[in-house]
Design a protein around this ligand. Structure first.
Ligand code: NAG
Ligand code: NAG
Length: 270
């Protein structure tokens, strides 16, 4: 607010204050419109991506999605809140075709976009609808916000993180047969013990439902890590007994070169 003592004559001061209030009101309106537009864009995008999965009641899925976080503190959404959503769009097991990843998202996504035979969580209905999105609710509000929300790595129980934790668990629960994971051979510790793969997915692989876990260690020219790395020994120790383990170092360039080959959607590149 204007400092009346230092502004004379009165008229100028009053006018300044009005301009100030005018600007404040304009800013509030602009922000409110921007929030509403981003929220509408968010819902429209959600429904459009959902409708690619024929026969899905996308308004129902949206409703269950909203129920998980609307009206809640955006940093305190329990994983269980997404239970009804995940139950309505379950991950159907695709034995021998499920692909997990940790710190290798770009190459894995490029691979499954062409090789439709393989599925990552991000190729499923819920995974593809929410991939790369940010959302939350607010206490005392029944709206969805797509901006100003805590992101995946900012908070353990954010609206976003809890969804991915719940979805990753359900996706891993559906794993069966020969399971593949792409790990980053350019990282010092390819099996990172704080990763979603280590904390949520690996503990859900059970024998005999899961027959084998095959690590594809994606390497770059100057990669330092090999299949002999100690962290991968940890992975073997954590695996349920009875699951066969294998590891193969594969250059990223080899995978990228082989991706466009349309001949066999189910052929591997390693
Ligand atoms: C939010 O609440 C208002 C007022 O009760 C209501 O008119 C509106 O339809 C609600 N919006 C949603 C998305 O539920
Ligand atoms: C291999 O694994 C260990 C621990 O799991 C890690 O500390 C080490 O840096 C790793 N990488 C290389 C290149 O040795």
């Amino acid at each position: 607010m204007g400092d009346t003592e230092s502004c004379l004559p009165e008229g100028i001061c009053t006018r300044r204050r009005n301009i100030g209030i005018g600007i404040a009101v304009t800013v509030i309106i602009v922000v409110a419109v921007a929030v509403t537009v981003s929220m509408r864009t968010f819902k429209r995008g959600f429904i459009q991506r959902c409708e690619k999965f024929k026969g899905t009641d996308c308004e129902k899925i949206w409703g269950l999605f909203e129920e998980a976080y609307v009206g809640r503190d955006p940093s305190k959404v329990p994983v269980a809140a997404y239970g009804p959503l995940i139950a309505a769009a379950p991950f159907t097991p695709k034995c021998n075709q499920m692909l997990f990843w940790s710190d290798t998202k770009a190459v894995v996504r490029a691979f499954t976009k062409k090789r439709k035979c393989f599925v990552t969580l991000e190729d499923t209905l819920l995974g593809s609808v929410l991939d790369k999105q940010t959302w939350c609710g607010k206490e005392d509000s029944n709206e969805t916000f797509a901006t100003g929300c805590p992101g995946w790595d900012e908070c353990e129980t954010s609206a976003v993180r809890s969804f991915w934790n719940g979805a990753s668990a359900a996706f891993a629960d559906a794993a069966c047969g020969d399971v593949t994971v792409m790990l980053n051979g350019a990282a010092a510790t390819p099996f990172y013990d704080k990763s979603v793969f280590a904390t949520i997915e690996v503990p859900r692989f059970y024998s005999p439902r899961v027959r084998s876990l095959n690590v594809v260690l994606v390497t770059k020219k100057n990669s330092v890590t090999s299949c002999e790395n100690e962290s991968l020994k940890d992975l073997q120790r954590k695996l349920d007994g009875g699951i066969t383990y294998s590891c193969k170092a594969v250059p990223e360039a080899q995978i990228n070169d082989c991706i466009p080959d349309p001949e066999n959607a189910c052929a591997v590149c390693w």
